[in-house]
Design a protein around this ligand. Sequence first.
Ligand code: SAM
Length: 364
Amino acid sequence: MLLNTDKITKTSSIIAEKLLPQNGGNSEKERQLSKLKTVPYRNKLSERLSSQPSESLGRILKSVEAIEYVTQIALLQDLVWEVVDARINNNYPRIMNVAMNAIGDGASLHLNPQLRIPKQQLMTNLHWMPGGYLSDSGHQDILAGLRYLNYLYLFSTGSPFESFFDNLVPRVKDEFIENYFPSLNPKRILDLGCGIGHNTISLKNLYPNAQVTGVDLGAAMLRCGYVNAKLLNQEIEFSQQNADCTEFPDGHFDLITSFFVFHEITNTSMKRIIGECARLLRPGGVMVHFDAGIFLDPRTLKAKVFRDIQALSNNEIFIVSPPLPTIEKMIEKSGMKPVVTKIGDPSVVNNNLGQWQIVAGVKL
Ligand SMILES: C[S@@+](CC[C@H](N)C(=O)[O-])C[C@H]1O[C@@H](n2cnc3c(N)ncnc32)[C@H](O)[C@@H]1O
């Protein structure tokens, strides 16, 4: 895991520079964090895995090496959120001023204060994000979105993720959509669990003539996305809805996407979302769900260990997904033809996340 705490770089085309802090907040914590740029205990655990390749998953997870590593990640994550919050606090009046005065044509926001939020999402602070995605004090609150945005930035700038961050959706289009569905020319696109909508904006960049909508459960995430889209002059419709039972009519969309959602939902929700995609797609329309291969399909013992360590250290309580053949069956049963494959280069990043899982389906 690599972190850049030395400087706050601003290179993204899908996140407005004005929303990012200009400077750090707590220099001591920033220093501590840069010292932890690599996680030392990871090596010890990797050594154990190589020297005892037939050890059971349960034994490895209870080993001293695994426990030290889990503890280290949990401490690191605490520090990350302290740094994120200090950066936000130190820049808050300026950022809120930018947010409140953002003008820009096209972006729209529909919030639904009556929305029934699934309890398991409401009660879980995934990756220990303070307050979780769904904290919301109402009206102008964009804090959950700012936290997520700064978290992404901390992990991506200066790290092997950096180019991936802006290139993620273009790569999904080039390496997957163009390959499997070359004649798909989507006019209506829906991004499920869009969060702050930076990948939704990327979709709009790639399909400028399409009408692009992002839905999420979190009001403060969506408000932040809306402000970001306004600052970038991007015509995106943000709407607070549950991805597993949206308000859109049948057959409304040509392309439905989700990015990094499947490892953060229950299996029941995954099944419902797949069913909802089948309802919302026109015949020939395509759904593409993107996530880390290590989360959705960890094939080796090492991959399984690092996935379970995320669950233990990072509060990723939904991370254990059904096996891919089970997901393929869910897709078939919903009336779609599944296409389940991996993209990405294992050498892109150094921590097992180099392969990306695509779970897709075309509506019959
Ligand atoms: C890891 S974030 C991913 C956000 C964004 N897609 C990205 O690429 O960064 C997962 C998002 O899924 C949203 N989410 C989870 N379950 C949902 C549901 N049933 N309906 C809508 N959004 C959901 C969460 O609120 C959160 O914003």
